[in-house]
Design a protein around this ligand. Sequence first.
Ligand code: MN
Ligand code: MN
Length: 317
Amino acid sequence: MNDPKVPIGPVDGSKVPRYAGFATFARLPRRDEVASADIAVLGVPFDTGVSYRPGARFGPAAIREGSRLLRPYHPGLDVSPFAVQQVADYGDVAVNPFDIGEALATVESAADAVLAEGARLMTIGGDHTLALPLLRSVVKAHGPVALLHFDAHLDTWDTYFGAPHTHGTPFRRAAEEGLLDRSRLTHVGIRGPLYAKRDLQDDAAFGFGIVSSTDVAEYGVAAVIEGIRERVGDAPLYVSIDIDVLDPAHAPGTGTPEAGGLTSRELLMILRGLAGAKIVSADLVEVAPAYDHAELTTVAASHVAYELISLMALSKP
Ligand code: MN
Ligand code: MN
């Protein structure tokens, strides 16, 4: 095993072609190949909570394939995220596809185990139902967190077909359970038709502020970043990214696409503007590769995860 002070980085792309070998995230070592880890890339192949197109269970494997071209230095943030901290691929959590309650419990205990090691989570899903058990786990370690939620959808609905745990409901449940710092909640990228105006009233009652997709276009990335930073402050921050925040032109491989979304450049710029924020963990969900073309979605997803891992490198505890 390696000296934990000297992280093992990705397989060297100048010695082994990027398309060769096993597809761990960014060709990083597996958990069993390192002495300890600071960041755990954890796959959760689960999509039993979806309401429309299924297929996000294949997200983790596809994101890993789409991440083969990531390189070790991030010039925008001037950081080598795999050199200043040990990032390792923890593989996939084996979740029950037939029992949502059991799946949520399995994800929560897997997350608990990672956090107990002192590592932070970069979870790759999987559908958005997963955000609830991940928040439950993070809050045990940090108390109620600020939430920055990138999504076309609010995900604060109550139930579907009477079911409380779906990919459209995790943040209502999280608010009800007291997992969120209600003065520091922001959705970014919201757009598209709702069921009723009441959806927005309920959402606001939980404390969420909304930066809509058209707000990003109208006011610009810099103003959006300023607003988000002010709202988050120096609170412990959880970042949850539904890939459908991107326009279907940038991320067609997802389950509930909505026209008029962010470009991948806008999303990456907004994330980059969070440099210094105290990110305690993050997830990236709703990649459904069966609807993808030419790896558009998985390449975008892998860059988003890289951005988050780079931000965590800058806010290393
Ligand atoms: Mn969504
Ligand atoms: Mn979502």
